[in-house]
Write a protein that binds this ligand. Structure first.
Ligand code: DGL
Length: 285
């Protein structure tokens, strides 16, 4: 489909884009996608951004594949009609590993997904034991099997799904204190598995988890490093936007907007954290 809008520009290889003023839509179930937004803002500070969180459907990690795929595609469709984004970033490993193909099939907007950074983790690992720390839904996906087979065939890949870390990241952004002791049992979910004593690299395969990197690093044994794919997402977005848009996005950031799918006390508690990520206004879809 070609948007009925005379501000169209043809970008080679990625279909039709809207004007440079059209926003980038960053989507997650909650605040996790802010870790991706921070990398986007660092690389492309002047990019107009709308951050959308499906807090009415949160958490995605304990839902079925059908529920995650349905919510993701339906909401991205609704948001695309309303916002006419230039590009969508699904800043959620759960939604991406389950629904990226479906969303690309139904939406005529370039979509960048966030999938576990198994390739860089395998490149970094010396012991050849790596961990994938994600949601329960992410760690059981065939997408993770495929990434492991393609990029980490000579590694032992341990997986652990944690709903608790997602809750802790939400609580921290809402102003509560989270300590290393709070996150330690979740890391133990990897370290206590057979081969866990040789684990040297953990993929943060949920966008909520980099928000707890300080505590995770404190709780981890000294040899353990963490890999987060957010900078790679920002590079992919820059590539798809093209050099003209990247040059135009080096200026000052316009105020970002946050959209939630349900009004509640948690959203009220997040407002100051959202402002720290450049999201000045908050609305309900
Ligand atoms: N931030 C999401 C991810 O990257 C999931 C959190 C959730 O809703 O369970 O997987």
């Amino acid at each position: 489909m070609i948007w009925a809008d005379d501000s169209l520009a043809l970008a080679s290889g990625v279909g039709y884009h809207k004007a440079m003023t059209a926003p980038i839509l960053v989507f997650d179930s909650g605040v996790g996608g802010l870790s991706v937004l921070a990398a986007l803002r660092a690389a492309l500070p002047g990019l107009p951004v709308v951050y959308a969180a499906d807090n009415a459907g949160f958490p995605y990690g304990t839902k079925t594949e059908l529920e995650v795929a349905t919510r993701t595609c339906a909401l991205l469709g609704r948001l695309s009609e309303r916002l006419r984004p230039r590009l969508i970033v699904i800043a959620c490993n759960t939604a991406s590993t389950i629904a990226l193909g479906h969303a690309r099939a139904v939406l005529d907007v370039p979509i960048v997904g966030t999938v576990p950074a198994i390739k860089p983790a395998a490149e970094r690992s010396r012991t050849r034991v790596i961990g994938v720390l994600g949601t329960q839904a992410t760690v059981r996906q065939p997408y993770v099997d495929r990434l492991s087979a393609e990029f980490a065939a000579d590694c032992r890949v341990l997986r652990h799904g944690s709903a608790r870390l997602v809750e802790l990241a939400e609580a921290q952004l809402a102003g509560q204190t989270v300590t290393a002791a709070d996150v330690a049992p979740e890391l133990a979910g990897l370290l206590d598995q057979p081969g866990g004593d040789r684990l040297d690299t953990v993929v943060l395969a949920c966008t909520h988890f980099p928000l707890l990197l300080k505590q995770l690093a404190q709780a981890a044994p000294p040899q353990l490093g963490f890999v987060d794919g957010a900078a790679g997402i920002a590079r992919r977005v820059a590539y798809l936007l093209g050099p003209g848009a990247v040059a135009a996005a080096q200026g000052e950031a316009p105020p970002g907007r946050a959209i939630f799918t349900r009004a509640d006390d948690h959203v009220d508690a997040l407002v100051s954290a959202l402002k720290a990520f450049g999201l000045e206004s908050t609305e309900i879809l």
